[in-house]
Structure formats: C-alpha cells, structure tokens
Design a protein around this ligand. Structure first.
Ligand SMILES: Cc1ncc(COP(=O)(O)O)c(C=O)c1O
Length: 484
C-alpha cells in the first residue's frame, strides 16, 4: 500500500515507525468517538486556531505524519459542528452507525472502482441487491427496478431529472419543457434544473396547501394551462419528507396526474424515504409505487457516513438510456451480463458507497432499523405533547418524519417581535451547549424546527430540551415586556 514511500530511501525506517504509530492513533480515535454524547455539540476554532491553520503551508519536504494528524485533530475535527450528537436537532442528520464506519474504512482501504461490474463483481452484486431491496420498499417491481449509489440527494435528483428528460422529451423539445414542484421542494431540485439549462420560467413552483403539501388541484391546473399554451410538461417532483416540515406530499394523487398527462414522476425522498422500511410508515406514503424514480439518502436517516445517496428507478432501462456511452478504452472491462455503474449514472470512477450500507443492514437487521425509524416519529410526537402541556407554544407544522415546527407566541406581540423572540430562543439554547436547534420560516413566521432522526436521541434528551426551550422563552419574553 505504501510502495511509493520507497522513493524516500533515507527516511524509510522513520516513515514506517510513524505509520505504525499512526495506525494505533487511529484505533484510539475510533474508541474515543464512541463517547460522542460527552463531546461538545458545536465548537468553533478561535482566532488563535484560525491563525495557526492559516500558517500551515504546502511543504516541499514531507512532514512528520503524527504531527499532521495532531494538527487535524486539534484544528479540524475537534472544532466543528458535531452533527451526529444526540441533541443536534438541526438540519437532517442522524447518528452514524459504527458498521457504516467499518464499511467505509474497508472500502477506502481496498478502494474498488464501482464504475464497472467486472472490476469488483462482489460489490456490484451488493449494490444491485440493495437497490432491489430499497426499490421493493417503494413498491417497485423487483425484476425491473434498479438504481445507483451517488454522492448525495442533490446529485441523485439531478440524475433523475436527466433520466426524465431523456425518457420524456426529444432533444428539440427542451426549450418548451416544463417541470413542476411545490414551494416546499428542496432547493436542490431548482438548482439541478438550472444546472441542466432549464430557464427559471420552465420551473413552475406551486404554492403548497395549509399543511405544506403539494396542492394537486393547482398542479393539474398548471399542467393543463401550459399544454394549452404549447409548452411541454415533462416532470413533476413530489417530496417524501420535506426539509422544512418533514411533510409527505399526496404521492398517490400526484402519480395519477403524472400518468394522465404523461409526465415523469420523481419523488425526492432524500430525507423521508427511509421511513419506507417501516411497514407502518410505508402506508403513509401509499402511492409512491406510482413514481418513476426515487431519491433516497441513506446518509440522512439510515446512519451512513457522507456520502451515500441512492437513485432508484422503476425501470432500469430508463437509466441506461439516459447515461450509457461506449468509449473504446472501456470495452475490455465492460460487462455483458450486468449493467455497469458508469452506464447508470453521471460518474465514471466512483467509490463503492453501497458497501457501508450493506455492512450496516447486515449487522443491524431490518427489524432494528424499523424500530429506529418508528422511534423518530414517536420522539416528534413527544415534543408535541410536551409543548401542549405548556403555555404560549403554537404548533406550526404537525410531527412528520421526526420533524416538528413550533414557536413561542404569547399574545400582544407583532410578527416582527415574535420572529425576533423565536430566533433569540434558538440562539440562547445553542449558547448553553446542551442542544443545537435552528429556525426556519413558514408563512413568514420564524419557527423553531426540531428534526429528531438520530437513533441515539433518547426521549429524556427530547423532554429536557423542551423544558430548556420553555425556560429560555419565558425569560426572553419578560425582557421583551420590560423593554416595551
Ligand atoms: C428533501 C431533501 N432533498 C435533497 C436534499 C439535498 O441532499 P444532499 O445534501 O445530500 O445533496 C436534502 C438535504 O437536506 C433534503 O432534505
């Protein structure tokens, strides 16, 4: 593995000693990592740290590897937001499974290239099996469905749009094509459309309904009108678990409209698709089987390290039609009896991201994963219950996929005052270091958003966090009254 070091004859022994020591230090780092609960949630580098990092130059001569590792620990890994902490309730992030880390280390060590099936057939089979299992959770037929592991939800959805474009449009139709999404769709959908060259007037953003769901009547009206105006509707993107509120769009109705008007139906389940593992919550997403493709980020709810997203398609041929190329230099390593990774997605060389998920699913088993998903739904309901017991808390979005939005809203304050108050509540709780929470904006209201999909968050963590929010809110409200 370290053959290259043979160039460094004069330091060979010293290098070897450092590498052995480094190996032991990595074992120690893995052991220490299991104490994540005791580690501060968010530590930023101070000015001195920043100056020290800035001082480090790209060296002409190699440095002591232990020194480099120490620097990384001191200035990088210990000075960051610890998204895996059980009381980090922001964004969409969960615990990281130790099996994912093990799978990741092994994948990095052997570094198989996932471009072609024939370069590492075992890993190719694993990827295909996982795609079939995940596809079957979405109700896709096992014999036709397929998928590919990609870096994240953004690239996965962009690949889905490319697939939709190839399968629904002729090349000369592109300037007239129309895509439909709700105002709660993730920004990556708009970004992907723009990156693919669609103009902003080709992206119809429909206002969502009072529950933050896609309004299907507005969707049908917009498609109908655009067709009358000579435009070519080709894509609708629904969301399973919106980022703001965890809401699930009415997938079945969207599927029916997509079929009626011959649109590609993509579901962005980057966040919420993991709920399909639970038979209880699979029902909540009934109709997902009507979709043509699905984004599913396992680096969100399924405890994978970055980056691990899956794009699933109901019909594998649709992916091949969108991505296949036949360069002469890949002929000898292209497969005849399997679809190669480079023929199913935008990447040529690619890490075998499926291996870490495989390790996790094999070592954990689906029953425990189901329980973990259901526990997140339960924890969001606990927040609702705790808030309902207390005065002045207003629920803005009901618990869904482990997320809930609420605000402290005593009467007599203006919208601006309430917005400032709620922003300050999150700032104050973050200062305590006990939990990390940020706000979002829904219908012009600043809301406190808690996303509870970390398998290590206990119900006590949740209750204590609400208690602390309530205490801070009361104190800040008194200050507002005193300053009036
Ligand atoms: C619903 C949804 N879609 C897409 C994304 C983007 O995923 P990624 O950050 O993996 O690109 C996110 C990220 O939070 C998301 O919540």
């Amino acid at each position: 593995m370290f053959d290259r070091l043979k160039f460094d004859k004069k330091n060979e022994e010293e290098r070897q000693r450092q590498l052995e020591s480094l190996q032991n230090r990595l074992y120690d780092a893995i052991a220490a990592h299991s104490k994540i609960r005791e580690t501060p949630i968010f530590t930023l580098p101070n000015e001195e740290d920043i100056m020290e990092i800035e001082k480090i130059q790209i060296p002409e001569e190699g440095r002591n590897a232990i020194e480099v590792e120490e620097e990384l620990m001191k200035y990088v890994f210990s000075k960051q937001a610890l998204l895996q902490h059980p009381r980090f309730f922001s964004f969409v992030c969960s615990a990281v499974s130790p099996y994912s880390i093990a799978g990741s280390i092994l994948t990095d060590l052997y570094n198989p290239n996932a471009g072609s099936y024939s370069l590492c057939p075992g890993a190719g089979i694993i990827e295909e099996k996982l795609c079939k299992w995940m596809g079957s959770c979405a109700g896709y037929p096992e014999d036709t469905c397929s998928g590919i592991f990609l870096s994240g939800g953004s690239i996965s959805t962009m690949s889905a749009i490319i697939t939709a474009r190839t399968n629904k449009l002729g090349e000369y139709d592109y300037p007239k094509a129309m895509a439909y999404l709700s105002d709660q769709a993730h920004s990556s959908v708009r970004k992907a459309l723009r990156m693919l060259g669609f103009r902003t007037d080709q992206i119809a953003i429909l206002p969502s309904d009072s529950e933050f769901k896609m309004d299907v009547e507005k969707l049908e009206e917009a498609i109908f009108k655009d067709r009358c105006d000579g435009k070519i509707p080709f894509l609708v993107v629904g969301t399973l678990g919106t980022t703001n509120t965890g809401t699930i769009d009415p997938l079945s109705k969207i599927g029916d409209i997509a079929k009626k008007y011959n649109l590609w139906f993509h579901v962005d389940g980057a966040y919420g698709a993991s709920s399909l593992i639970s038979p209880i919550y699979r029902n909540v997403s009934a109709g997902i089987e009507k979709s043509d493709s699905l984004t599913w980020d396992t680096h969100k709810w399924l405890m994978q390290t970055y980056s691990c997203s899956t794009l699933l398609v109901k019909d594998k041929q649709t992916l091949v039609d969108a991505f296949v190329e036949h360069p002469e230099y890949l002929e000898d390593v292209s497969s005849t009896d399997h679809i190669d990774g480079w023929d199913k997605g935008p990447e040529m060389s690619r890490p075998h991201r499926a291996i870490k998920l495989w390790f996790t699913v094999q070592a954990t088993g689906t029953h425990l994963l189901e329980e973990m998903i259901e526990y997140s739904f339960y924890n969001a309901k606990i927040v609702l219950h705790e808030l309902e017991k207390r005065d002045n808390w207003q629920i803005i979005s009901k618990p869904s996929c482990g997320t809930i939005n609420f605000r402290y809203a005593p009467s007599g304050l203006s919208l601006e005052q309430l917005n400032e108050l709620n922003l300050n509540i999150t700032k104050e709780i973050n200062k305590t270091g006990f939990a990390y929470i940020v706000t979002t904006t829904l219908n012009e209201m600043k809301t406190i958003r808690m996303c509870m999909i970390n398998a290590n968050s206990t119900t006590e963590d949740i209750i204590e966090t609400v208690e602390l929010l309530d205490k801070i809110a009361k104190e800040l409200y008194i200050e507002v009254l005193n300053n009036k």
